[in-house]
Design a binder for this molecule. Structure first.
Ligand SMILES: Nc1ncnc2c1ncn2[C@@H]1O[C@H](COP(=O)(O)OP(=O)(O)OP(=O)(O)O)[C@@H](O)[C@H]1O
Ligand SMILES: O=P(O)(O)OC[C@@]1(O)O[C@H](CO)[C@@H](O)[C@@H]1O
Length: 300
């Protein structure tokens, strides 16, 4: 079974404007609202690709109820912890001449709820996959992903981590099966801006030296690079298409990669399915469907 964990789910309020002027009243051209958060997006896309998963995490208030309703309406299995206080966040994604995002803090996670989450982790067994994805509310310590991996260290579970900075760096010693930074996040870790493939590969290898098994670096419209645990390097461009909504493209890539690995047992094919799935989400208003992925895969 694949489990995804989203510590900080969100309602993504995606608004389109012709232009955005700070300090003025702006009117939208189009708006939509999707239940999201990185792990949840991974679960929705896995479901679209015909792979079952269980969505773990914390939700709160009416926003949390709506997130859960939407996730279930896709047919995903959820096992969220309902916090008694606060509200799951609403993340604003502004699409005008440039794209801007305002991501919220999220509700406070109390000690009892955190303990309940760790209890749920005990259902994860040998050969299962756990995806830890996204930010954590600021009230939690930044070693929480590390604590989870420590808790699961004696079971051979494949753990995928899609997180930034310390949240990611802290887990490397537990040898995650896959990490998926984008090239900006990878650069941030090393206090630099990465411009060439050589620079990206060199930084990705440094994260491998710290423990990551496979490193998948996404580069938005420039495609992706995968460095595998046996030292192979794959690069892929993206298929052609028109970008409609790139929110969740990275999560879709993770879902495509995992679904691909499960169905083909071939890491190069899984990589291509990951790229096609990321692009299929970027080229659609909502998250990728299997049909969209299969069509784009033919181009790679
Ligand atoms: N503009 C684009 N054109 C084509 N494909 C894209 C585009 N943007 C993203 N993708 C696809 O999605 C993958 C992941 O994108 P990206 O690098 O933006 O991830 P990310 O930063 O983790 O995204 P997010 O946080 O929004 O989920 C890319 O490798 C590519 O396959
Ligand atoms: O604030 P985080 O947890 O880093 O990212 C949250 C988020 O931007 O990630 C998803 C896209 O990847 C969105 O559904 C969601 O709003």
């Amino acid at each position: 079974m694949i489990y995804t964990a989203t510590f900080n789910p969100s309602l993504d309020y995606i608004v389109q404007l012709d232009t955005f002027t700070a300090g003025a009243v702006n009117r939208t051209k189009h708006e939509r609202i999707f239940g999201g958060g990185k792990g949840i997006n991974v679960s929705i896309v896995l479901h679209n690709l015909g792979v079952d998963s269980i969505t773990l995490g914390f939700i709160a208030g009416f926003t949390g109820d709506e997130i859960e309703r939407q996730v279930k309406s896709f047919g995903c299995k959820t096992d969220f912890i309902h916090l008694s206080d606060g509200l799951s966040r609403i993340n604003v994604k502004l699409k005008a001449d440039v794209e801007s995002e305002i991501n919220g803090q999220g509700p406070e996670i109390d000690k009892t709820s955190l303990k309940a989450f760790f209890d749920k982790l005990n259902q994860i067994h040998h050969e299962d996959v756990l995806v830890l994805a996204g930010s954590i509310p600021s009230t939690l310590p930044s070693d929480i992903y590390e604590k989870i991996m420590e808790h699961l260290a004696d079971k051979s579970i494949k753990i995928v981590v899609d997180a930034t900075c310390n949240l990611l760096l802290n887990v490397l010693k537990y040898k995650p099966f896959l990490i998926k930074p984008n090239h900006h996040e990878l650069g941030e870790i090393f206090n630099t801006i990465l411009t060439t493939d050589e620079e990206i590969i060199s930084c990705a290898k440094k994260l491998q030296a710290k423990g990551a098994q496979n490193v998948l670096v996404s580069m938005a419209g420039d495609g992706a690079i995968l460095i595998t645990s046996d030292g192979k390097i794959y690069k892929s461009p993206v298929p052609k298409g028109i970008v409609k909504n790139s929110v969740g493209a990275g999560d879709s890539m993770v879902a495509g990669f995992l679904a691909g690995l499960l169905t083909t047992n071939n890491i190069e094919k899984a990589f291509k399915i990951g790229v096609a799935t990321g692009s299929a989400s970027a080229f659609s208003e909502a998250l990728a469907t299997k049909e969209e992925v299969m069509k784009l895969l033919q181009q790679l």
